[in-house]
Structures are given as structure tokens and as C-alpha cells.
Design a protein around this ligand. Structure first.
Ligand code: SOE
Length: 402
């Protein structure tokens, strides 16, 4: 049974991530035994009518039109940041300094400098028992959590290759309108930070190896887009006439980079050559809707995951007969990560379950007085990779013309 002791949440922002997080706060205590009872105490948004409607729809007890009120209120224990990246640092640092736990959406910030400030504030607040986590929710997809378990069990042996793609296609239509995701001052970067960040975090987390260097290309295929009212979602298609004013896209539409990982160190043994990786993030892979894919090749085995078939983990075990091929594991058994709390074997889970599992792990860590993962320091490492990709892409000296 979930404890009666409340954990009163104040959420900032109520769009796509706000809706996903609200679902998770409501659902987690109903399917998992938690040491604290999450309460949807308040949601904050600048537009009074909008935030009131969101509170009614998503189940929040009260509303604020200024996030600073959530920080001031002593009936709020945790701040959940579901806003674009340009506001993450200010809100998170204020919340941590007010000794409120923080869950912050990914990527952590829009720059390494901001991410460093947030990490310092988190490490200082941690000394007072304040928890902080960054919302790389794909870690909580059972199949990816199982992949990490296989790597930790040594079933892949030494890691050699990482192949990570995150393919969407919602910008393939050049008339899809501007959104905050295409404005660098709001989003920090385009496909690189929005979806590439997930691939970077998943690759480092599953393999246990940090990226130490990159060589990159960024491309913007459509430099201007129609400005369409208050569309802030994933590029909904209003009926836009050709003379609709257009705005400049100031972020990447696609990011491609190669990477080196830190050497695989064995206890006392010689470090082996580090793994190498290839990464791709795009919103123009026509036909791919949310194909967050990861393949890892080791000396003893390989694994492959595709979010568009998210209840499956493919696994190749070199110890089996060569003609055994990849095995498709349906990650729906009670002994698989998180699955036992839901349905009988074979019934499958969805995108929203990752957010519920994220709340379960956050609330459990808070209840047990320890820091949840990914920490802000983990997210700062992702931010450093994002910055290295942008720096490499801006410096074309590595590019060899054919
Ligand atoms: C963008 O397309 C997006 O909404 C990301 O921002 C989310 O982090 C990802 O989970 C789904 O796609």
C-alpha cells in the first residue's frame, strides 16, 4: 500500500510533457506501493484561462499564474518542470535553494553553463536531503531497462559498437508551422537536444560508458516556416495560406555524429579500446513517427531496441549456435523491470508507462532518502555531448570534400 504521507507536487507547464507527467503522478500510487503519496497540489502557467482548464482536465487542486508562487508556497514539496529549456535553470535553481525536490524535463538546460549551475545547486541541496532528477524517461521503458540489465550481467561482453537513431517525421511538410521547438532561444537546439538527447542518455546509461568525443554534422532543411497563432505543440497543421508570414528556423532539423566512448576498464585489467558509436536524430524521416532505436554490439552478444515496437528487446547471444539468430524477447514477464505491477504476461505497456515508472523511482528514492537517477550531473554529461556536437558541426575542418 502507498503511504499516506503526502508528497505535494507543483508542476510548471501543462502541454505535452505536463499531460504525461500529470498522468504519471495520478497513476503511480495506484499500481506501485510508494513510501509517499503524490498529491497534484498546484499547476502553474502564465495564461490564467489555460492553466485553469489544464488543472480541471489533468486533475490539479490549485493553479498559479507565476511559477515563483509555487516556490514560495510551503504546501509544495516538489517542483516538476515541464517547460521549454530556456526556463529550466531559473526555476530549478530557485526551487533547490528553497529546498524543494526537483524533477526537470530533458534536456536539462539550453547550455553547459546553465547545466553546471543547476548541478551545483542540486549537489548543494542534496546535502539537505533534497532530491533532483532529469526526465530521461526512456530509461524506464522495460525493454531498455532489461537491456541495461543484460550489459551489467556481462551478457554482451566488451562493448564495441553503439548505433542510436531517433527518427520522427512531423516536420517533413515544409508548411508545418513554427513552434517553440524551432526557436533556439527557447529550445536550445532542434532535433539534437529534443530527441538526440534521449539517444545520448540511453546509449551512455545502457552501456555504462560515457561519450568522450564526437564528430558531427547538423542540417536545417527548411529555414523558414509559417507563423501560426499559438500552436506550441508538435507542429500541428493549421490551414495556412501561402501569404502567412514566415519565421526563421534557428535550430537543426537533423543531427548526425560519430562518437568515441570511454575505454572499458576491467578490475585491474588493461583498458580495452573504447567503443565507437554512430548517432542520428531527425524530424524528417518520413514515415518514422517515434522510432527511438538503440543497437549495441559486444564481444559476446548484441541487443537491439526500437520504440515503435517498445515491448520487444532483440538479443543475439554468441554462445548459442551461430544459426540461432536474434531472439525477440517480449518484455512483458513479471520478472522484467516494472512489468510485474501491471498486467498478466503478454499484455504490453505504452509510452506513458515510462513516465509512471519515472515517478515511482523518484518518489521511492525520496522516501528512502537517496538521490534518484538520472541526476543533474548525469544530465550535465549529456549537455556536454550536445555542446560538443554543436561545436564540431560548426567547425568543418574535419570535413573532407570528395
Ligand atoms: C519531441 O518530438 C518529443 O515530444 C520529445 O520532446 C519527447 O522528449 C519525446 O519523448 C517524444 O518526442
Amino acid at each position: 500500500m502507498t503511504s499516506e504521507k503526502p508528497l505535494r507536487v507543483g508542476m510548471v507547464g501543462y502541454a505535452f510533457m505536463g499531460a504525461a507527467h500529470s498522468h504519471a503522478w495520478r497513476t503511480a500510487p495506484r499500481f506501485f506501493d510508494l513510501p509517499l503519496q503524490p498529491q497534484l497540489a498546484a499547476v502553474a502557467g502564465r495564461n490564467a484561462d489555460g492553466v485553469r482548464a489544464a488543472a480541471d482536465k489533468l486533475g490539479w487542486e490549485s493553479v498559479e499564474t507565476d511559477w515563483r508562487r509555487l516556490i514560495e508556497r510551503d504546501d509544495i514539496d516538489l517542483i516538476d518542470i515541464c517547460t521549454p529549456g530556456d526556463t529550466h535553470a531559473e526555476i530549478a535553481v530557485a526551487a533547490l535553494e528553497a529546498r524543494k525536490h526537483v524533477l526537470c524535463e530533458k534536456p536539462l538546460a539550453n547550455s553547459v553553463e546553465e547545466a553546471e549551475r543547476m548541478t551545483l545547486a542540486a549537489e548543494s541541496a542534496a546535502k539537505q536531503g533534497v532530491a533532483s532528477m532529469c526526465g530521461f524517461s526512456y530509461r524506464r521503458t522495460p525493454a531498455l531497462a532489461l537491456a541495461k540489465r543484460f550489459v551489467e550481467q556481462g551478457r554482451l561482453g566488451e562493448i564495441r559498437h553503439v548505433r542510436a537513431q531517433y527518427l520522427q517525421d512531423w516536420l517533413s511538410d515544409e508548411n508545418a508551422p513554427m513552434t517553440w521547438r524551432l526557436d533556439k532561444s527557447k529550445s536550445g537546439s532542434g532535433s539534437l537536444g529534443d530527441i538526440g538527447a534521449h539517444s545520448i542518455d540511453a546509449a551512455q546509461w545502457v552501456t555504462g560508458l560515457n561519450i568522450t568525443g564526437v564528430s558531427a554534422l547538423l542540417e536545417t532543411f527548411v529555414p523558414e516556416r509559417p507563423l501560426a497563432g499559438d500552436l506550441v505543440g508538435l507542429g500541428g497543421h493549421g490551414d495556412l495560406s501561402s501569404d502567412t508570414p514566415r519565421g526563421s528556423v534557428t535550430v537543426d532539423d537533423a543531427a548526425i555524429f560519430s562518437a568515441r566512448f570511454e575505454d572499458t576498464k576491467f578490475d585491474g585489467g588493461a583498458a580495452s579500446a573504447g567503443a565507437v558509436g554512430v548517432f542520428e536524430a531527425t524530424r524528417y524521416a518520413l514515415g518514422r513517427k517515434n522510432a527511438m532505436r538503440l543497437e549495441v554490439n559486444g564481444s559476446k552478444g548484441s541487443l537491439a531496441f526500437d520504440f515503435e515496437d517498445m515491448n520487444v528487446l532483440s538479443f543475439y547471444d554468441a554462445a548459442e549456435s551461430p544459426d540461432a539468430g536474434f531472439r525477440k524477447i517480449y518484455v512483458t514477464e513479471p520478472e522484467h523491470p516494472y512489468v510485474g505491477n501491471w498486467w498478466p504476461t503478454g499484455h504490453g505497456l505504452g509510452y506513458e508507462h515510462g513516465f509512471t515508472h519515472q515517478v515511482v523511482d523518484l518518489v521511492t528514492a525520496i522516501g528512502e532518502g537517496r538521490q534518484p537517477e538520472p541526476s543533474f550531473a548525469d544530465a550535465l554529461q549529456v549537455q556536454r555531448v550536445l555542446a560538443a556536437v554543436e561545436s564540431s558541426a560548426a567547425n568543418s575542418s574535419h570535413w573532407q570534400k570528395v
